[in-house]
Design a protein around this ligand. Structure first.
Ligand code: ATP
Length: 229
C-alpha cells in the first residue's frame, strides 16, 4: 500500500493594485518644473509608473507653439532612462480636443478595478478645473494630487472650495481606494514655466538648466522657439 502524500495547495498570490500617476500638459516645451515634480511625486507616492501625457489640442488654451511631434519627442528625450517616468502619446492619436475625462475613461478600461490612478495637477491647473469638460466626473476615475506652483497665484473658485471641503485628505499617502479624493503634495518648488522658456528662447537667451540637456539639444537642433519661427 502506497502512502499518499498530500500535495500542498498552491498559494494564491494576489497582485497588489497598481499605482499609476498621470501628468497631462502641453509640454511646450517640457521643463524641470514638470520633470522634477513628477519624479518626486512618483517616489514619494511609490507609484509603479507616472505617465506624462502630451495634449494634442488643449481645449483651454492657445494652440501650442511647436508641433505635437516635436513636443512628444522632447518629452521622450526628457524621460529616457528614467524607469518610473513614461510617455503616453494616446492624446496625440485622437483627432478630438484633449479632454482629460476621455483619457481617464480609456485608462480605467485598461486597468483592474482596484488599481489606483493619481491625476497630478499644478495649482494653476487645479484652480481652472471647473472649466474642464465633465470635470465633476474626474474623481470617479482617479485621485487628484495638487502640486504647488510658486509662479502661480490663482485663487480657487467656490466650486473647488466646496469640493476640497468634501474630498481632500491631508496626507497623500492616506488616499484610499482607486479614486475619489484630493491631496496636496509637497515637491521642490520650482518657479519655471514653458512660457518663460519660450520667451527666453525668442529673445535669444539660453534655457540651459531649465530643461534637460537632451531637450536643449533637441530645441537647438530643430531651431525651435527662436524669434524667426
Ligand atoms: P505654459 O507656461 O505654456 O502655460 P506650463 O509651464 O504651465 O506651460 P503645462 O504643460 O501647461 O506647462 O503644464 C502641465 C502641468 O504641469 C499643469 O498641471 C501645470 O500646472 C504643471 N506644471 C507646470 N509647471 C510646473 C511647475 N513649475 N511646478 C509645478 N507644476 C507645474
Amino acid at each position: 500500500m502506497v502512502d499518499l502524500i498530500p500535495i500542498a495547495a498552491e498559494p494564491v498570490i494576489e497582485a497588489a493594485p497598481l499605482r499609476i500617476g498621470m501628468l497631462g500638459g502641453t509640454f511646450d516645451p517640457v521643463h524641470i518644473g514638470h520633470l522634477r515634480g513628477a519624479l518626486e511625486v512618483a517616489e514619494m507616492m511609490t507609484l509603479d509608473e507616472l505617465r506624462l501625457i502630451p495634449n494634442a489640442r488643449p481645449p483651454h488654451r492657445d494652440t501650442p507653439r511647436v508641433s505635437a511631434l516635436d513636443r512628444l519627442a522632447m518629452v521622450e528625450c526628457a524621460v529616457a532612462g528614467v524607469p518610473t517616468l513614461k510617455v503616453d502619446p494616446r492624446e496625440l492619436h485622437r483627432d478630438t480636443p484633449s479632454y482629460t475625462i476621455d483619457t481617464l475613461e480609456l485608462m480605467r478600461a485598461e486597468l483592474a478595478a482596484d488599481d489606483q490612478l493619481f491625476l497630478l495637477l499644478g495649482w494653476d491647473a487645479f484652480c481652472g478645473l471647473p472649466t474642464w469638460h465633465r470635470w465633476e466626473e474626474l474623481l470617479q476615475h482617479c485621485h487628484i494630487l495638487v502640486l504647488q506652483r510658486p509662479d502661480a497665484d490663482s485663487e480657487p473658485p467656490d466650486a473647488l472650495r466646496n469640493l476640497l471641503a468634501a474630498r481632500s485628505v491631508s496626507d497623500p499617502l492616506a488616499l484610499k481606494g482607486s479614486s475619489g479624493q484630493i491631496a496636496f503634495v509637497w515637491q521642490t518648488p520650482l518657479a519655471v514655466s514653458a512660457t518663460q522658456i519660450r520667451q527666453l528662447l525668442a529673445s535669444g537667451k539660453s534655457v540651459r538648466y531649465l530643461v534637460p540637456d537632451a531637450v536643449l539639444a533637441y530645441i537647438d537642433a530643430h531651431g525651435l522657439y527662436r524669434a524667426s519661427n
